[in-house]
Design a protein around this ligand. Structure first.
Ligand code: KIV
Length: 415
């Protein structure tokens, strides 16, 4: 007989008598496995489709001789017995049982991936893992006990982090594939930047980007990172013209993308918009310094705030944005000493890009930090990977294999 393996199963229910559904699930599991430990029961908000009832979630650590595929078959059959109906994906369900971890290590079958790919993106799963198996290694190679109960950010955490002296990490993202990866990291927040005009659309600058573009990219980023704190940029001329226009466009962006906040470029000229948005319940991140939507007026990508007058104007603008309700301010391409002054004069955090180490947090364009463009290397970017080289060599290897008949091989063919 095979030696028993351990698994952790996550249970969720938001239809019918939820406590009863959980106890039926535990009873059913006990018929094909030994339950070694049970977590607390938590009530959680739905993630992907928010307009549905709250879930009760629990996890159980089990021991069984079943192989992963056989365990999956038992789990699916138990879901049916408890009365799980076929409805829309991620919609309401009587019971959902996910295999989220196994002592067998990584399992990669066509219909089953363990550890569950969304483990780190779901705070309650992180809590269950810490409760039931804190020494287990997660899919990124980190033990769950080392993931310090990181809770999902909300708008107030930005100021709390600054007060606690904790640096804030932000990265831009524009699509599902990368947001899914970011959601598995400890990065604090995602910015769906209008830099997508440059890096996704191949435009010379951000000026042509539309609200429709931001909504499209905001939506797909949210799909990959259901619980991340996501800020979506308001593009050029979607808020500058009037408070009404700003409210209409920001409302659309937040409603249609599920963003947690919007970002606007400017200081005194948009303070009324910032106030109106925050008073309407839409959190606003400000953006000062080299604000790319004003590129035509700046006459190019140049360091800002270099004269005494420009530095003072930037400090005044930052204070005004804070008074108008902004919860954080991006400072782009300004002297490091000015960043220090601005950061000291605010209780909300500054998030720097090309603004030196004294900002309360940093943001980088994802494509830049991953080294996706071999020809783009501004002074303020550090490339943490050289993906352009990896992509080029993968593509050349693929083309060569096809040409020489090495791909597909037996392994990649059906019998
Ligand atoms: O659009 C963007 O990506 C940005 C960051 C550079 C801060 O605004």
């Amino acid at each position: 007989m095979a030696a028993p393996s351990e698994y952790i199963l996550a249970l969720g229910t938001n239809v019918g008598d939820r406590q009863h559904n959980l106890s039926r699930a535990r009873e059913g599991i006990a018929r094909f496995a030994t339950i070694v430990a049970e977590s607390a029961i938590l009530e959680t908000w739905p993630i992907l489709i928010r307009a549905q009832g709250r879930f009760l979630n629990q996890a159980v650590r089990i021991s069984t001789t079943l192989e992963p595929q056989a365990l999956l078959a038992e789990v699916l059959s138990l879901e049916k017995q408890i009365g799980r109906q076929k409805r829309i994906k991620n919609g309401p369900r009587e019971i959902d049982i996910d295999i989220i971890w196994s002592s067998l290590g990584r399992v990669n079958l066509p219909n089953l991936v363990i550890p569950h790919p969304y483990n780190r993106a779901r705070e309650w799963v992180r809590q269950f893992m810490r409760e039931l198996k804190a020494d287990a290694i997660d899919e990124t190679g980190v033990s769950w006990s080392a993931i310090q109960g990181r809770s999902v950010m909300n708008v107030h955490d930005f100021t709390k982090k600054k007060a606690a002296g904790e640096k804030i990490t932000v990265v831009t993202c524009y699509d599902f594939a990368f947001s899914r990866l970011i959601a598995r990291t400890s990065v604090d927040a995602i910015l769906v930047g209008d830099s997508l005009g440059n890096v996704i659309q191949g435009q010379p600058n951000t000026i042509p980007v539309s609200v429709d573009d931001m909504v499209y990219h905001g939506k797909i980023v949210r799909r990959g990172a259901p619980q991340a704190f996501i800020v979506v940029d308001m593009p050029f001329m979607s808020y500058q013209t009037s408070v009404e226009e700003a409210l209409r466009n920001a409302g659309r962006i937040v409603k249609e993308t599920g963003a947690d906040a919007v970002k606007l470029e400017g200081g005194a000229n948009i303070a009324a918009q910032v106030r109106a948005l925050t008073e309407s319940g839409i959190p606003v991140m400000g953006h000062l310094g080299l604000t790319p939507q004003s590129l035509l007026a700046f006459g190019g990508y140049k360091v800002q705030g270099k004269t005494t007058a420009a530095a003072q104007k930037l400090i005044d603008d930052a204070k005004l944005l804070e008074q108008s309700g902004a919860f954080a301010i991006v400072l782009e391409m300004i002297p490091a000493a000015l960043t220090a002054q601005v950061s000291q004069s605010l209780s909300i955090p500054t998030i720097g890009i090309g603004a030196g180490e004294k900002a309360d947090g940093q943001v980088l364009v994802l494509n830049d930090l991953l080294g996706l463009d071999p020809d783009f290397a501004p002074k303020f970017v550090r490339k943490y990977a050289d993906l352009s080289s990896s992509v080029l060599s993968a593509l050349e290897n693929y083309a060569a294999d096809v040409r020489t008949g090495k791909f597909p091989g037996e392994k990649e063919s059906f019998s």
